[in-house]
Design a protein around this ligand. Sequence first.
Ligand code: HEC
Ligand code: HEC
Length: 370
Amino acid sequence: MIYAATTERSIAMVLLSIVVVGWAIYVFVNIRRSKSEVGSEIELAPNRGSLPNDEALEGNRLERVQAFGVLMLLIIALALPIYWLREGGRRAGAEQGFGERAAAAGERLAEELECVVCHGADLGGANYAPVVLDIGNQFSDQDNYVVKTTWRAPALDTVFARFDTEAETLDEVDEVRQILNYGRGVMPAWGLPGGGPMTAQEVDNIIAWLWRERISDEEARDRALSAKQTSTAAHPEKTEGQVLFELHCARCHTPRWPARGSTQLPNNGGAVEVVPGPPGSGRYGPALNVVSLERLFPDIEDQISFITLGAADNVAYGEFARLGNYGMPGFGRVLSQEEIRAIAEYERSLDPAEQSTVQFTELHTTKDDK
Ligand code: HEC
Ligand code: HEC
């Protein structure tokens, strides 16, 4: 067993040594003295010395001893409850201190691993530095096909408004841990289980940091609302459902959406503007259209509640019990039920025939042209 050296321990060791040495000296001196006193008990026996008489013993002195006893009792009676009262605070303080240290360690790690380079310095996903990523697999199913382009990453200060929405403490975080361990879409895995560089402790620290940085639901709702207003003002022709789908869903359900408007640099040369695939035709999340959704959620209310809560790992949803897999976030804390209904209706208006235009066509053409 290992003990850390503390000041208390050092003081206690000194006191202990003094007591032990003191006792040794006392015993030694006593033995020496008793030897020289052989035969002298009668004159010197301590119990024959003068002691106070009965009157003195039962008067003042008794009262003093009793008062002292009551005082000691009071101290014990008060000290224990006071200790008990303070203990909860002490423990909460220790826990809070632990959480703060973990978050600070997570923040240092996040700086090292440059999370903010992709996710935005304010974690709001707006001030991100567009990073050049190889997203060849978003365009072609051929392994040697390399495409570099810039890619928008989602906000990090609202992850807990979408994932682990039921979690009230850090211990209950599960989905975000899974995302960090195994990566997400074009983001690489960070945890050891997914082949990344971070230990379980480091992943926990990152989670504590994300937890500390999370904004309130009200702030998240306000941000979503003003984004909706800006988009609607810029595109009055779009329905509310389409605007909201593009703001919240397209990044996972529409091919190449997060890279829209940037330039793609295929390894076969040339530079082409990135054009997203047909709306809702599927990327990280499955394709969404009138046929698939009417089959999966015959009643639109079930689709609305699925979008509100999101998918839980290994929990079945929809008509043919499809299993969730940490993928689909819940939007109930950020969007109103009316807004979610508008999105659900928009998704149910998408045409599978339009979506089935082969996703990779544009780039295969670019490539073959060369
Ligand atoms: C190379 C750029 C890049 C870096 C660096 C990066 N991420 Fe990501 N991250 C992304 C992208 C892009 C996505 C969305 C996935 C997609 O679009 O395919 C994402 C998704 C996420 C998500 C899921 C959020 C959601 O709403 O879908 C979390 C959580 C996350 N990242 C945390 C982190 C943390 C923590 C770090 C630092 C350890 C980090 N990321 C570093 C690019 C990056
Ligand atoms: C972070 C990526 C991501 C975002 C953002 C996202 N989804 Fe999903 N969605 C998924 C994944 C992945 C699935 C498949 C279920 C799973 O693995 O959890 C899914 C499944 C679904 C399904 C069920 C369809 C099926 O065939 O299984 C619907 C409906 C859906 N999403 C709607 C939405 C809506 C509406 C939004 C926006 C409000 C949205 N999604 C935003 C990733 C996402």
